[in-house]
Design a protein around this ligand. Structure first.
Ligand code: GRF
Length: 225
């Protein structure tokens, strides 16, 4: 008997190339993207979702044209998730920092994992402008991480990382493009693990969250030349 697809909610803010990879691999990974939620009206990710007949929700500006406050955004987004009951929330280029209201709502109330894609080898280079900072520091290696979202920014348990060597004289844009390509491999890989029950979420208590794996010790690292 085939297992029913893992229901995924994806949060986006921009281009959505990572979302596109998940859309294209829905059958292969045995996932179903049940909604795409954007905090930006003009995110190209919304067009990608619509083209694939995936329900989209924009929580950007109110009727007076004022951008929703963080908490308002979160309440509305949680309401959507409560209705759709996904099995996993994926932040794919979602650029708003989330508060405990939303994070606890997902982890404790819905009791599901929320994962984020971050363009650095966490725990190093949290936050923005990672590629530029990596080059400035003269790092030998760079990459991207998929980690659990917890209250501390970019600090939840790391599930997997793709690692590559920084090239001589590489610009920040070139490095960014290469890391972006790695993300397109890493994110579907991790989502596939969730869909196959190889990695699963364990909410231990209201403030301790953990992730368990049947595929070895986490984080799994992939080295790319
Ligand atoms: C990625 O680089 C991701 O690491 C960061 O935002 C970017 C999203 O790219 N959090 P895209 O919108 O999926 O093309």
């Amino acid at each position: 008997m085939t297992k029913s697809p893992l229901r995924i909610a994806v949060l986006v803010s921009g281009n959505g190339s990572n979302l596109q990879v998940l859309i294209d691999k829905q059958n292969q990974l045995n996932i179903q993207i049940v909604c795409v939620i954007s905090n930006k009206q003009n995110a190209y990710a919304l067009t990608r979702a619509k083209n694939a007949n995936i329900p989209t929700f924009v929580i950007d500006k109110d009727d007076n044209g004022k951008t929703y406050k963080r908490i308002e955004f979160e309440k509305k987004a949680l309401e959507i998730l409560r209705k759709l009951q996904p099995d996993l929330v994926v932040l794919a280029g979602f650029m708003k920092i989330l508060t405990p209201l939303f994070i606890n709502g997902v982890n404790n109330e819905l009791n599901i994992a929320m994962i984020n894609l971050h363009p650095s080898l966490l725990p190093h280079y949290k936050g923005l402008d990672t590629h530029k900072r990596v080059l400035q520091a003269g790092e030998k290696y760079h990459g991207c991480s998929v980690h659990l979202v917890t209250e501390a920014l970019d600090a939840g348990a790391i599930i997997a990382q793709a690692v590559t060597q920084v090239r001589h004289n590489e610009t920040a844009d070139e490095l960014q493009n290469r890391i972006h390509q790695l993300e397109h491999t890493l994110l579907p890989m991790v989502v596939g693990w969730f869909a196959n029950g190889l990695v699963f979420f364990q909410g231990l208590s209201s403030d301790v969250l953990d992730i368990k794996s049947d595929i070895g010790m986490l984080p799994i690292k992939i080295w790319v030349g």
